[in-house]
Design a protein around this ligand. Structure first.
Ligand SMILES: *[C@@H]1O[C@H](CO)[C@@H](O)[C@H](O)[C@H]1NC(C)=O
Ligand SMILES: *[C@@H]1O[C@H](CO)[C@@H](O)[C@H](O)[C@H]1NC(C)=O
Length: 310
């Protein structure tokens, strides 16, 4: 039982404020509110890239080092903006891939006419701190905001523009593949995809068009969809909500979304009986937010940025 309740939430915003206070004398780096950024975990470092508003965020790129045991006093922000070659953008997808699982794949994204058009896929090597544009064979899919999940070097991408197919980027051979799964689903315009321990991918709606009374699971081995009808305290629609897998692999934890700027921004879906509930949490719960990111780092669900002021 202890295991089950062992997740914690930290809010980088608070940590950032502390960090800024501590470091404002020596660092001109000001962490700004942003939404639609990517937050990619590699080697316990969280790489933050892009986001909206474009003019304010520009080509900011930095990582926060969680590889050391961290608290608000030693949280490290490492600025990589000066080596960022990508145009300002938001709503890109990101995942880890490549031969040694050591490449950040950034895919899609939206920008505006002021900036150079981005390639569909850009990669960042965190060992050499270098960006590349990989040459990828196969039919290039049309993707804008991509939600990406890696299984054995393949990145699965469900496109909001064409949800009948699943696009797969083989990150070893650098080839695009497309599969047309058996069965249908009715996912809203955006969703959070979470890899389950049995190599299935669950999609939790994070648009204001879908419905959390149903969740959809894609079986990557048998290439078919199944639908689960949920019960319990079903959360309201969550435009720009986030979701992660609990440490025990038996629950999904969701946070935020526009429509839930109330005290119930935290929800949990039991993956055995598909019942939603509001989990008990201690400490002050962070302000709700939308289009933030959530990553599991150690025992923590780490929420970064998002829109939280109005
Ligand atoms: C890369 O990650 C996959 C899981 O996606 C794992 O099976 C594999 O062993 C990892 N390979 C390396 C070289 O770390
Ligand atoms: C998916 O395919 C597997 C293997 O054929 C099958 O056992 C399973 O029932 C299928 N699931 C659905 C929802 O059709």
């Amino acid at each position: 039982m202890l295991q089950i309740h062992r997740f914690y939430i930290i809010i980088l915003w608070f940590l950032f404020q502390l960090f800024i206070e501590i470091n404002c004398q020596i660092s001109p780096y000001v962490l700004k509110e942003r939404r639609g950024h990517t937050a990619t975990l590699f080697d316990k470092k969280l790489y933050i890239l892009g986001g909206f508003p474009l003019e304010e965020i520009g080509n900011e790129f930095f990582y926060i080092d969680f590889s050391v045991s961290f608290n608000t006093q030693n949280l490290k922000v490492n600025d990589l903006t000066n080596i960022n070659t990508l145009s300002p953008h938001y709503n890109a997808g990101s995942a880890i891939g490549g031969t040694n699982n050591d490449t950040l794949f950034i895919c899609g994204g939206l920008s505006n006419v002021k900036y150079a058009t981005m390639e569909l896929v850009n990669t960042f090597n965190p060992r050499s701190n270098s960006w590349s544009i990989p040459k990828i064979a196969g039919d290039k899919p049309f993707l804008v905001d991509c939600d990406m999940t890696t299984i054995n070097y393949d990145i699965y991408i469900l496109s909001a523009l064409d949800v009948s197919d699943i696009n797969i980027l083989d990150t070893i051979n650098l080839v695009w593949k497309k599969v047309n799964p058996i069965g249908t689903q009715n996912i809203g315009a955006a969703s959070s995809s979470i890899l389950l321990p049995d190599n299935k991918i669950i999609y939790i709606d994070s648009s204001n068009t879908g419905n959390l009374a149903e969740v959809y699971i894609y079986d990557t081995v048998n290439n078919n969809w199944s639908k689960k009808t949920t019960t319990g305290t079903i959360p309201p629609k969550k435009d720009g909500g986030s979701a992660v897998l609990g440490l025990d692999g038996k629950r999904i934890i969701t946070f935020g979304g526009f429509v839930s700027a109330t005290q119930d921004q935290l929800h949990e879906l039991n993956l055995i009986n598909f019942e939603w509930r509001i989990p008990k949490s201690s400490g002050s719960i962070p302000a709700s937010r939308s289009h933030h990111k959530a990553n599991v780092i150690g025992n923590y669900m780490v929420l970064s940025f998002g829109k939280y002021t109005f």
